[in-house]
Structure formats: C-alpha cells, structure tokens
Design a protein around this ligand. Structure first.
Ligand code: UDX
Length: 447
C-alpha cells in the first residue's frame, strides 16, 4: 500500500516507520522544514527507543521517506493518515482541531482516485463527520472515505505497542475503507492482534474512554496510597492484592506523583468537555482531573513534613523531570509542579534528568541543573526521585548519602528497597507506605 502520513511528530513518525517496517511505502509529511531536513539526514527529532534503527531500515529499503509538500504524494496514496497535534485549546480545554482542519483541506485539494483519509490524531467524537464535510466543501467530486483509527502508543514502548498491540481499533461506515484498513494492518493482525471495526464515532470515543479509564485507575491507586500512609499499610501490597483479581488486572497500579504526559491530562480534559457539552457530565473524570492536579503539588509537602514543616533555604535535589522514564517529554510532567512548589517553599532546587534537560531548562529556567545524578545531590539535604529511570535504580545509595548534607530520600516511585536505604543511613519517604517521623523526632527516637 502507498501511505501518506501527515505530521512527523511522535505518532506520525512511529506509525510511519512501523508501517514501512511491515512492508508499506510511506511518506511522512510535515510543514516544519527543519524537522524534515533532520529526518532526511538520518536524525530523529524525538527520543524513542529503537525508532532511529527502525526508521533507518525503512529508508534503506526505500519504503520510508520524508517531505514538506503533500501535493506530490497525496495523489498516489491509497491511504492518508492525519497524525497532527490536537493540543488542549487555551481557555476551555477542548481539543484544538486547527491542524486537523488544515490537513483535511490540503488533502482534499490533492486526492486523486479513491482515497481513505484516516484520523490517527486523538480527536473528539464527531470529528470524522466534520473532516468529511470539509473535504466535500473543498472538492465535491473527491472519491474519499473518512475513517477513525486511534493510536494507543506509550512513549518509550511505542514501537512494540504498534507492532504487537493488544488491539487495533478503527471505525467507518464505508465498506471500501474497512477493506483498505484491514489490508493495511494485515501483517499485524496475521500475528494475532485483534482488529475491532466499529462505527466512526464509536472508534473516536474508544480512545478517550480508554485513556480516561487508565487515568482513573492511576488516580484511584494514588488515593489508596495516601490512605496507606495514614493507616500504616503498604500500597505495593494492596496493588498486588487487588491486581490478582483478573477483573482489576495488575497493570497501571503503581502509585506515584500523579500522571502527566501528552495524552492523559489533555484527553481527560477533552472528554470532560465533550460530556459537559452533551449534557452528560462525567463526574468521575472531572474528579480525576482535579485530584491528579492537586496531587502533583502536594508531593512537595512530603519533603516539608520530613524536615518538620520548613525547607526554607535548603538545597533539594530533584532526580527525574520528564513525565515518566524513557522519554524526553516534559508535557504536564509532575516534576514541573513539584519543582515550583519546592521553590515556593523557599528551597534551592538542583535538578537532573537523563533525557529531559534541554526541555526542562526551557520550561523551568530559574533552578540549577547538574550533569549527573551524583552532581545534583552534592550538598543537598534531600533528594526527590520523581521518575523511575533505570539509571536511578542503579544509583549507589551509600555514595549518594556521602555526597548529601542530609538524609532525606523522597522516593515518590518506590524504586529502592528498605534494606538498601537503611544500609546507606538515609531516611526514605515513600509513596503509600508508613511515613518516617520528622527528622528531629526521628533522631530522638533512634537515640
Ligand atoms: C498513554 C497511554 O498508555 C497510551 O495508550 C496512549 O495512547 C497515550 O497515553 P503515555 O502517555 O506515553 O501513554 O504514558 P503511560 O505509560 O501510559 O503513562 C502515563 C502517566 O501515568 C505517566 O505520568 C506515568 O508515570 C503514570 N503512571 C502510569 C503511573 O503513575 N502509574 C502507573 O501505574 C502507570
């Protein structure tokens, strides 16, 4: 199949490289000339494990190319995927469909022969109908079908998620579109992945309903974690205990500083708005959004509680700035709110992240940065672990303790063992487990 992918961002690049990998001919199109130039020189503008090798293989096989102008490519395409950004609109939280609309009109001007236009971007219910109308206005004679095919890619594991998905979801009422989409995904469905084909609006909603459900699951275990801290229970065992029930499932029950990223915050907000607009408010989702927002800032209070209420003038190291490990993405990262709250409390923050430093320097310019985790903790009374990078798990806690001026280890992702922490002489504040006494009382209790 000849595929055109509009948008060489995260979703477009991963999907484009994966479609090339399974045998299609793919052109990724982006209006950003710098990005296309980088891609043509073999560079990958985002950090995603394995993507550079996959893209290089596609290019070498002559199946993957990059361009800025869709006019030459859309007429030859069997399928055109729209994978442009749909950020939350400033002010009202609705998904901003400006780029989707521009892409649809531009595609309409150049289609030739029967072409399936597929929205891969996360778009509100009814967007497919709107895209169809836009194309019809622009080119009433165009022979097209519009389908929805949401992506379910986790950053850091996106290639595996694409090539070995739990399921593929697509929707259209057009039988020709269905046949084309079945052909596009055949190499993957042949290996056992189910393809669920639904109506277009249903397919659009599956994406939001899935992400909001996962956001609820995390927020739920985070609230259980807060209760564990009060009643001297351990959320890791609670999560394990409930996750063994297959109706609940063990995944997505790691308590932490709250969810962030490019999807959950934006998609929960957009779903909430759609539900309100249709006079069918989703109060659980509304609650989830506000509980998660409050949680991010509240994490700084754990540092303050350990130091008896005040951290004014104290140096606090923050390890991990991206919204999770294995990505360079800082969007809606809990670290942003945590660093801000630590600063508001008068702490001097020194931060380090294995991949997110460039973006972090731009977003949080007024703190100090270090080149390594050990440099970040030098002279700090407390070290806050915000993301569970493997590199942090491998830190030698004894070395860490020697470099620090105080013993506070605020392990928000529960990455260290109790024994390891105790052997290093550090005092760990975990998530969802009994909390240590404030340090002065802790010392008295030890004496
Ligand atoms: C998510 C969905 O998983 C994916 O299917 C969708 O298409 C896009 O959004 P992503 O945002 O890359 O993917 O990250 P994910 O791994 O799902 O994590 C999202 C957030 O939840 C992160 O901040 C992560 O740290 C947090 N999280 C996840 C937890 O706090 N606990 C968990 O158990 C799982």
């Amino acid at each position: 199949m000849n595929i055109v992918m509009i948008g060489a961002g995260y979703v477009g690049l991963v999907s484009g490289a994966c479609f090339a990998e399974i045998g299609h001919t793919v052109t990724c199109i982006d209006t950003d000339e710098g990005k296309i130039a980088t891609l043509r020189q073999g560079g990958i503008p985002i950090f995603e494990p394995g993507l550079d090798a996959l893209a290089a293989r596609g290019v070498a096989a002559g199946r993957l190319s990059f361009a800025t102008d869709l006019a030459a490519h859309v007429p030859l395409a069997d399928v055109v995927f729209i994978a442009v950004g749909t950020p939350a609109r400033r002010g009202d939280g609705h998904a901003d469909l400006t780029f989707v609309g521009e892409a649809a009109r531009e595609i309409a001007r150049h289609v030739s022969g029967f072409t399936v236009i597929v929205t891969k971007s996360t778009v509100p219910v009814g967007t497919g109908d709107w895209v169809e109308r836009l194309v019809a206005q622009e080119r009433p004679d165009a022979d097209i079908a519009v389908a929805s095919n949401p992506e379910f890619l986790r950053e850091g594991a996106a290639i595996d998620d694409f090539l070995r998905p739990d399921r593929i979801v697509a929707g259209s009422d057009d039988a020709r579109a269905r046949a084309v989409i079945e052909d596009v995904y055949r190499p993957i469905t042949d290996r056992g992945a189910p393809l669920l084909f639904t109506g277009r609006r249903t397919s659009e909603l599956v994406k939001y309903a899935a992400n909001a459900f996962l956001a609820l699951k995390i927020t739920y275990i985070n609230e259980v974690a807060s209760l564990c801290e009060k009643v001297e229970a351990d959320v890791r065992d609670v999560a394990y205990g409930i996750g063994l029930d297959h109706r609940i499932g063990a995944d997505f029950l790691s308590a932490g500083p709250g969810y962030g990223g490019s999807c959950f915050p934006k998609d929960t907000l957009a779903l909430m708005k759609t539900a309100q607009d249709h006079d069918s408010p989703m109060r659980l989702v509304e609650m989830c959004v506000s509980v998660n927002d409050a949680r991010k800032r509240a994490m700084a209070r754990k540092v303050m509680a350990l130091f008896g209420g005040s951290i004014h003038g104290m140096t606090v190291a923050v390890l991990g700035l991206t919204f999770k490990a294995d990505t360079d993405d800082m969007r809606d990262s809990p670290a942003i709110a945590i660093v801000q709250a630590l600063g508001d409390a008068g702490a001097k923050v020194r931060a380090y992240d294995p991949q997110g430093m460039a973006e972090a320097r731009r977003l949080i310019p007024d703190i100090a940065y270090a080149d390594t985790a050990y440099d970040a903790v030098r002279g700090a009374a407390a070290c806050v672990i915000v993301t569970d990078w493997a590199e942090f798990r491998r830190l030698d806690l004894k070395v860490l303790a020697r470099l620090m001026s105080g013993p506070g280890l605020i392990d928000l992702r529960n990455i260290f063992d109790d024994e390891e922490v105790a052997a290093a002489g550090l005092v760990r504040v975990g998530t969802g487990m009994p909390q240590p006494l404030p340090l002065d009382r802790h010392r008295q209790a030890a004496e």
